[in-house]
Design a protein around this ligand. Structure first.
Ligand code: GLC
Length: 503
């Protein structure tokens, strides 16, 4: 638990803090019975330093000696302190090299020192990890989210990295990671993983999503191509990046259109709203915009990715230094831990107003429950007349329609602060999403959008709009009045020119 589960000691078991293999099987059975697919996080880049392979690698035992990236010291300083082979840095700060006194060599860790990097230049390692994948497929999982894939390879000559931005607040961002990030070999290994998945896809597709933060143009290579597909989709963090700056109709428009314009032909898009590594959506976008962001992400073409709790608008919790569990935070020390700790977005799911928010009946939870749980929880939102979860449920209903699943996309900015897009498929009801990012009321005319009739009817609206709209009510498309900070989804019968049949 040095990295909350990303430091794996046995790739073929469930860690006791989470349960047993029997628990896993009952979970798998329970979700499959409900028609839900089960996708596991697969961590190919590193193991825990407590993994048997690493322990044996330290002892140079055959065949494990080269399972990890080992390198000699560059020299020895005062008091015989070993000097790391080069200047590479860990994502979590400090050198990416850790000295091992027993083997008298350094090992590489792109993340924590308790997470030694596996050596993918050793074909045995790739074989082992393909077998791990097959093991979980045999247990009935429906696919994987592949963790930190851009870190799989490093420069064989261990060349130093150049300084890119001396003033960057985190040490990792100061260097240009030309020799440790997104090397061309990464795609070859991912292709091998995809072949394993495809071999197991006779009855149903086993999905592969990859996690890598990089500019959209570079990320598209992770889709592979028609004859050599790689990921079904590389996770798209554009909405997360957009929310870390000034959120405007323009910034969200740019995030969406850049992705769509770079997407290879026939590739399936996706939209990540939040995850366990970034502040919660309600904290990043502002609580008023939670429903609007869910509307945008759930009704765009492709797959939306929601982090647990974000369907009810959970917010970052205030986690004290004493309560901090994330090593990325702990390593930064009591003064700077808040800048690096990911604990605030990892507090327990808020189910109800009972003990531990209904998440656990233990005396204490791993991380504290957010103090707002008494009012912000699933149960109370289900009892309220209008709430985030009710909006979210309506959006998932809409996802079952032809227009949302297979329709075209037409996206625009109106009056500077309004983002609007339509989803239309001939012969089916169309949808239009209209979001006002400004704090003041704006009136827009949406009749100029493709296939738009003069009237539409209200499908769903933000909780911030609860007093302004009524479901199913017909409204005029030439003057849609949008109060500040909120979103609206309308449905309409698309106008398609009638076919003229001449006799
Ligand atoms: C990914 C995970 C993150 C973890 C890291 C190392 O980025 O999302 O939580 O710390 O990989 O495994």
């Amino acid at each position: 638990m040095k990295d909350s589960g990303y430091d794996i000691q046995d790739f073929r078991d469930i860690a006791p803090v989470f349960g047993t293999m029997d628990d896993f099987h009952s979970l798998s059975k329970a979700v499959h019975k409900r028609g839900i697919k089960l996708v596991l996080d697969f961590v190919p880049n590193h193991s825990s330093n407590l993994h048997e392979w690493f322990q044996k690698s330290v002892k140079r035992e055959v065949p494990y000696a080269d399972y990890y990236i080992w390198a000699d010291a560059k020299g020895f300083g005062t008091e015989a302190t070993p000097i790391p082979p080069n200047n590479w840095r860990s994502v979590f700060g400090g050198s990416a090299w850790e000295w091992n006194q027993e083997r008298r060599q350094f090992y590489l860790h792109q993340f924590l020192k308790e997470q030694p990097d596996l050596n993918y230049r050793n074909p045995l390692v790739l074989e082992e990890m393909k077998n791990v994948m097959q093991f979980w497929l045999d247990q009935g999982v429906d696919g994987f989210r592949l963790d930190a894939v851009a870190h799989l390879f490093e420069d064989e000559d261990l060349r130093d990295e150049m300084v890119k931005d001396e003033d960057a607040t985190d040490e990792y961002s100061q260097l240009d990671h030309k020799y440790t990030f997104n090397l061309p070999e990464v795609l070859d290994v991912l292709r091998e993983f995809r072949i394993v998945l495809d071999k197991n896809s006779e009855n149903a597709t086993k999905i592969m999503m990859t996690e890598a933060y990089m500019p959209v143009e570079k990320l598209m290579a992770y889709y592979g191509n028609k004859s050599h597909p790689i990921a079904h989709f590389p996770l798209n963090f554009a909405l997360i990046s957009a929310s870390q700056k000034n959120i405007t109709a323009q910034s969200i428009y740019t995030a969406v259109s850049t992705w769509m314009n770079n997407l290879p032909k026939g590739a399936w898009p996706n939209w990540v709203i939040g995850n366990h590594d970034n502040s919660r959506a309600a904290t990043r976008f502002g609580a008023e915009l939670v429903d609007a962001i869910n509307m945008i992400a759930l009704l765009l073409p492709g797959t939306p990715v929601t982090y647990n709790g974000e369907e009810i608008g959970m917010e970052d919790a205030d986690v004290s230094w004493e309560q901090t569990k994330d090593t990325a935070g702990i390593n930064a020390g009591p003064k700077k831990y808040k800048q690096f700790s990911r604990d605030p977005e990892r507090t327990p799911m808020q189910w109800d107003a009972g003990i531990n928010a209904g998440f656990s009946n233990a005396n204490q939870t791993w991380l504290p429950v957010n103090t707002n749980y008494k009012t912000l929880n699933v149960e109370s939102q289900l009892n309220e007349k209008w709430s985030h979860i009710k909006v979210y449920k309506q959006l998932t209903e809409a996802r079952k329609t032809e227009a949302i699943m297979n329709g075209g996309l037409d996206i625009h900015i109106l009056e500077d602060s309004v983002l609007v897009y339509t989803r239309v498929r001939e012969g089916f009801p169309g949808y239009v999403v209209v979001v006002n990012f400004a704090p003041d009321t704006v009136t827009v005319d949406i009749t100029n959008l493709a296939h738009m009739p003069n009237e539409s009817s209200v499908y769903t609206f933000s909780t911030t709009y609860a007093h302004s709209f009524t479901a199913k009510k017909r409204i005029s498309n030439s003057a849609v009045v949008l109060p500040g900070k909120g979103g609206l989804v309308l449905t309409f019968v698309p106008d398609f020119p009638k076919e003229v049949i001449s006799l």
